[in-house]
Design a protein around this ligand. Sequence first.
Ligand SMILES: *Cc1c(COP(=O)(O)O)cnc(C)c1O
Length: 232
Amino acid sequence: MEPDRTDDVTAHDVTARLAQVRERIAQACRDSERDPASVQLIAVSKTFGPEHIAPVIDAGQRLFGENRVQESAAKWPALRASHPDLELHLIGPLQTNKVREALALFDVIQTLDRPSLAAALAKELRREGAPPAPRLLVQVNTGEEPQKAGVAPGEIDAFLGTCREVHGLAIEGLMCIPPADEPAAPHFALLAKIAARHGLKTLSMGMSGDFETAITLGATHVRVGSAIFGGR
Ligand SMILES: *Cc1c(COP(=O)(O)O)cnc(C)c1O
């Protein structure tokens, strides 16, 4: 989509890299004695157009992640029309004024991160003719970085209570994006601990640089972009 990006990614490259990522996931599962079926790969296709995504779909990949509503609206409806079994995850921040559009596009919203968004989602889902509720994950700002979205670890219990009790939203799990300049493992361990405390089964953690570590620490979903699609 970005015309100035070095466009050296052929369908063959993408398919080979997808196979490598799947093998690395399988190896991480063997290393940690986990059932490979318990870890799902989300191919993060942000900035890549349908010509890059189509070969990945053809290679059997069904879960995709995008971080912008607008970009997704431009490329996914056509892809979904020809592949009804795709599952699309929103992994970037969601503005309350884009909630309706997001609900029309995404099966899973991984970035529920504040009470105003919970309220906006609940309100939209109560509307006459609203789509079915998406699966919802709460984003946790495990590194408590001021510039990063997500609920602070110390506020997560109250936030989950608000989602469930005030807004009637069922929360399936948690996601995090660890600080770029720190080892990721302690953040993954913290996310797993919070999820266990609340009986939440879904843990979205791990990207191209650290998904094996995330699997060792209990990830059920890894979000992998550049290791599949190449550099952005
Ligand atoms: C872009 C992105 C990813 C994928 O990152 P890579 O390092 O390219 O694998 C994962 N999660 C989120 C939230 C992202 O925005």
